[in-house]
Design a protein around this ligand. Structure first.
Ligand code: SAM
Ligand code: SF4
Length: 463
């Protein structure tokens, strides 16, 4: 079997498009408004773009595409780290087994439930479960205990309605068992698609097998997982290479399984405790390059969710949200047990350092001021609008019909159950203005009715 990532082909494509005229870039940017996505060569031309005026044009079209498809709503989630034990030695990561200075912690089910209650009390409804590759705590038989326990943990109106999972690559039979646990998206980042850099960065452990890691999403889909999330850790290899490789990954999944990735994550390397990479990032990505790559991905795979974490600063996040991000984490900790510890004001080192330390409440305040509606919506996955069915619906306007109304309903729940008076006032203004923007009168009426039902005490209403 020939791997679907051909490093030479990507290098050649980047070389070949190095001096493409800016007129070529402009016509690609304009054509992307048809929302059909971009071919690798077109993406390569945009990745090589240096002309400032054309880059500004790229940003404004990415903004338009984002608003046509996603409206002004942003899905919010929190990571939940259950263990920092790890058998791998990834040079960039604070959890790597060679880091003897890290205090290791594996949460018990009771401790996991305590963390979940803290997140629920803040208003979270979506969790991303994260773990180092821990022979005890990230094994499927342990997850079979952890995941049902998380779903069963409720406090007041708080509950976790969608649990996404980012744990080590598995075999097909194990993915089949993971699917039975009713997870949302299975995420796994290739970190770097560049085989040479991958080898340099992953010194030992199961993850050091590039091909096994590369084909994880194939196995996940064979195991019946509907929604897969891919990503690259920016800073390892040339970011242009990684963006093109992610596009090839998306095309490959579409070819083999009829559906591309549900989400793409764009983490940039952050300093991590006692890691050799902290002072030497092989291919640092500047803020401008980062904004460019988010905008390009938005045009290249318009219907794929783009996820931005708290690795980026609040300022950066506010800037790139408009360029195509559809999901953000908020109020995050990368430490197992970190939410309880932060209640006790204890500082501990995590997998990497976080640059946006705002609480969930403050993130919601800020994005509301920017005119966005935060969304805790979990409707699609609970109604079976997943995998290919999701993509088929997304194309003719899923967002207008479902996403925006659902974001308003979940925002209203949040405001009623968790917000102070100031945020309530601001939030109700945001809801009212978005409600006005719903074009279909029937959808508008139904949304208004459901908002009234929430006001009257009903919860968990969705389309
Ligand atoms: N252990 C699993 C794995 O590596 O696939 C689970 C995911 S790990 C908890 C989540 C992600 O954090 C990794 O895939 C990696 O991209 C990212 N990460 C690790 N070290 C990082 C660093 N120093 N800065 C930013 N992100 C980092
Ligand atoms: Fe372990 Fe994941 Fe960190 Fe690698 S990135 S050391 S696999 S936790």
């Amino acid at each position: 079997m020939k791997p679907f990532i051909d490093a030479n082909k990507i290098d050649l494509l980047l070389k070949k498009t190095m001096d493409a005229p800016k007129t070529a870039a402009r016509s690609i940017i304009n054509a992307s408004l048809r929302l059909k996505g971009l071919a690798p060569e077109e993406v390569a031309i945009l990745l090589n773009l240096n002309d400032r005026e054309t880059i500004n044009n790229l940003f404004s079209v990415a903004k338009k595409v984002k608003e046509i498809i996603y409206g002004k709503r942003l899905v919010i989630f929190a990571p939940l780290y259950i263990t920092n034990f790890c058998v791998n030695n990834c040079l960039y990561c604070g959890f790597r087994c060679a880091n003897k200075e890290l205090k290791r912690k594996r949460l018990t089910i009771k401790e996991i439930k305590e963390e979940v209650i803290i997140l629920e009390k803040q208003g979270h409804k979506r969790i991303l479960l994260e773990a180092g590759e821990d022979p005890l705590a990230s094994r499927i038989d342990h997850l079979e205990k952890v995941i049902p326990a998380i779903y069963a943990t409720k406090s007041g109106n708080g509950e976790i309605r969608r649990l996404n999972v980012n744990v080590a690559a598995m075999s097909v039979p194990h993915f089949k068992r993971l699917k039975k646990l009713k997870i949302g998206t299975y995420q796994l980042f290739q970190e770097t698609y560049h085989p040479g850099m991958y080898k340099k960065m992953h010194l030992s452990g199961p993850k050091s097998d590039y091909i096994y890691h590369l084909y994880a999403m194939h196995r996940a889909m064979e195991g019946g997982i509907d929604d897969c999330g891919i990503g690259a850790l920016f800073g390892l290899a040339d970011h242009r290479f990684e963006v093109l490789a992610m596009l090839y990954h998306a095309l490959e999944l579409e070819k083999e399984f009829g559906v591309g990735p549900h989400t793409i994550s764009v983490p940039r390397i952050e300093p991590a405790g006692n890691t050799p990479l902290t002072s030497h990032i092989p291919h640092p990505v500047s803020d401008l390059e980062f904004k460019k790559l988010v905008a390009i991905l938005r045009l290249a795979v318009p219907y794929t969710g783009l996820i931005l974490s708290t690795r980026e600063s609040a300022k950066m996040r506010n800037e790139v949200i408009g360029l195509g991000i559809s999901q953000i984490s908020a109020g995050s900790s990368t430490v197992p047990g970190g939410y309880k510890r932060s209640l006790n004001k204890k500082k501990v080192s995590g997998q990497f350092s976080i640059n946006d330390n705002r609480s969930l409440k403050d993130v919601i305040k800020d994005i509301s001021k920017m005119g966005y509606s935060p969304s805790f919506c979990t409707a699609c996955y609970r109604l079976g609008r997943v995998g290919k069915d999701f993509m088929d619906l997304a194309k003719p306007g899923l967002i207008g019909r479902y996403c925006l109304p659902n974001s308003l309903l979940t925002f209203k729940e949040y405001l009623m159950d968790y917000a102070d008076d100031g945020l309530k006032k601001l939030g109700y203004q945001v809801i009212a203005s978005h409600l006005k923007d719903i074009k279909d009168n029937r959808v508008k009426e139904n949304t208004t009715k459901k908002l009234q039902d929430i006001e009257a005490g009903k919860r968990d209403l969705y389309f």
